[in-house]
Every structure is written in C-alpha cells, then in structure tokens.
Design a binder for this molecule. Structure first.
Ligand code: NAP
Length: 265
C-alpha cells in the first residue's frame, strides 16, 4: 500500500533541517512528501512554517512513510527504539554516529537499513557524505544517494569503513578550521592585520584546493611547483618536516578513528 509520506524523519534538529532544506531546494522531495516527528514544539513549529507535516509521535513516521530517517542523537536512540518495538519498519536511513546496522536492527526489528555519515558543511550544501546502502534495492539506493547529493558530495563505502570516514570527513572540518586558525595567527605574528591575514589564508586555501582539482597535477608536482631551490617555500617545508607535520596529521586521524571504533555499537 502506498504510504502518505515518502520520507518520515525522527529528530528534527540541525542535520534534519540541513538535509530537508537541500532535498526541497533541489526538488528531490516536496514539503507534502515529508513528515517530521520531534517532541520539541520549537522544532515542530520550524517545520510547519516550511509547509511540512509534523507529529510528536515517532510511530507516525514509522507507519506512514516509505523511508524513515533516524536523525536523533545516538544516546536518544535506545529510548526511541524501545517505544517503537513491534512496529513494521519501512526502509531505514540512519545518520546516527556509531550506531551499526546490526545494533539498529536488534533494537527496532527493522529490515533494510542504510547508514550515512554526513558532515557539518551539509548545512550550506557543501557537505561530504559516505553511504553504505548495500542492503537496499536499486530504487531505494538511488533515493538515498539523491537525498545526500542534494547537500553536497557523496561516496559509497562499506559499513566497516564508516569509522575511518568519521575520522576523515566527519571530524575533518575541525582540522581545516584548526589549520586556518593557526595560519592566520602565524600571519599576524609576521605583522599583518587580522583582516589581511584572514583574506590571505582563506584565498590561499581556496586557490590551492581549486588547483588540486583542476590542474591535472599530483600533489607532489604542485608542491614542487611552489618550491624553488633555496627559496622561501623550501624553508617552510623543511620546518614542517622537522616538526613531523605529516605524522602529526596521521596520528590525529588515527585517534579519531579509534574513538569512533570505541563508540560503535
Ligand atoms: N551535526 C553534525 O555535524 C553531524 C554529522 C554527522 C552525523 N551526525 C548525526 O546526526 C544526528 C543528529 O545530529 P544533530 O546535530 O542534528 O542533533 P540535534 O540538532 O540535537 O537534533 C536531534 C533532534 O532530535 C530531537 N529529539 C530528542 N528526543 C527525541 C525523541 N525522543 N524523538 C524524536 N526526536 C527527538 C531533538 O529535540 P531536542 O532538541 O528538544 O532534544 C532534536 O531536535 C546524530 O545522531 C549525529 O550523530 C551529526
């Protein structure tokens, strides 16, 4: 039987807002095809203003939707799952960090489940999502891919790679912000004003990234292109090397992956 809603959402918070806004802007879903369930009146009012139906009862999303998105915090999930036991679940899409398909299935009795690890820039349409939709039939897999393509780039992964993904693109925006903060502070130490330092750092980051994507050169070739013998760049690169910069990044990513593994259940 055709369900009233294409997508039911449990948890109308930050990520749900980002994903639904992208999906509606890109025409993947219209407001009438969505139901959002959240106990928070503030959240329900937000979605009602977008023309989206809302409910305070999560079972509505389970019963009345073709796809169910879990976008609650992982720590809220056990209590939500307990209250939904015995329901017939549609295809589940989970963005909850660290909740495995086996764990979600054991707690809810759901059948087919896709896991997605999105990241913060999804909120401005520049996200990176890794998706394990291996259990889904083609039409459902395409729906999930389309949903997350509406808020950025997508790659498909195996479920056991999602902890590594969490350590790279999930936590990664913070690494970029940290690097930029240090870069700007270093520029100011050399006598530049904050606004000048910010413009130089941001545009250098954007220009550098654009060249890696369009020049057809490898990263080693691009580094070589900026580094003339005996010049300024070489002096900086040698300093980075002395401080074990690359090993420091490897250790940080490994620490995040280990923590993701510890939090998985
Ligand atoms: N934020 C990120 O960058 C990011 C990245 C990747 C993955 N994720 C994952 O995305 C999920 C959502 O994160 P978020 O940042 O969107 O969190 P959030 O803003 O806290 O959203 C969660 C929403 O669920 C609501 N909620 C609480 N109890 C509920 C219940 N019993 N039934 C239904 N809804 C309930 C919350 O309402 P109240 O506010 O009233 O509690 C809130 O509106 C998490 O599992 C997280 O691991 C987030």
């Amino acid at each position: 039987m055709k369900k009233k809603y294409t997508l039911g959402v449990i948890g109308g918070g930050f990520m749900a807002r980002a994903i639904l806004s992208g999906a509606m802007t890109k025409g993947i879903l219209s407001a009438e095809e969505i139901l959002v369930c959240d106990p928070s009146a503030e959240s329900r009012t937000y979605f009602e203003k977008c023309g989206i139906d809302v409910s305070a009862d999560n079972a509505d999303a389970v019963r009345r939707s073709s796809y169910l998105l879990f976008s609650i915090k992982p720590q809220t999930f056990p209590e939500v799952a307990r209250a939904l036991q015995g329901q017939q679940f549609p295809i589940v899409i989970s963005i909850m960090a660290g909740k495995t398909k086996a764990g979600i299935r054991a707690a809810t009795g759901a059948g087919k489940i896709a896991r997605v690890m999105p990241n913060l820039p999804c909120s401005i349409g520049a996200g990176m999502s890794a998706i394990d939709a291996s259990e889904l039939p083609d039409d459902a897999r395409n729906f999930v891919l389309g949903l997350f393509l509406s808020v950025g780039e997508v790659i498909e992964t195996e479920e056991d790679q999602l902890n590594a993904v969490t350590a790279v693109s999930g936590s990664g925006p913070a690494y970029i912000y940290l690097f930029l903060r240090a870069f700007i502070a270093a520029a100011q130490e050399q006598g530049l004003r904050h606004d000048q330092a910010e413009t130089l750092a941001f545009q250098t980051m954007e220009g550098g990234l654009a060249m890696t994507k369009t020049s057809g050169k490898t990263l080693d070739e691009l580094i070589a292109a900026v580094s003339s013998k005996g010049g300024t760049t070489i002096a900086a690169l040698q300093s980075f090397q002395k401080d074990n910069f690359e090993q420091s990044i490897a250790r940080a990513v490994a620490a995040a992956a280990k923590r993701a593994e510890e939090l998985s259940e």
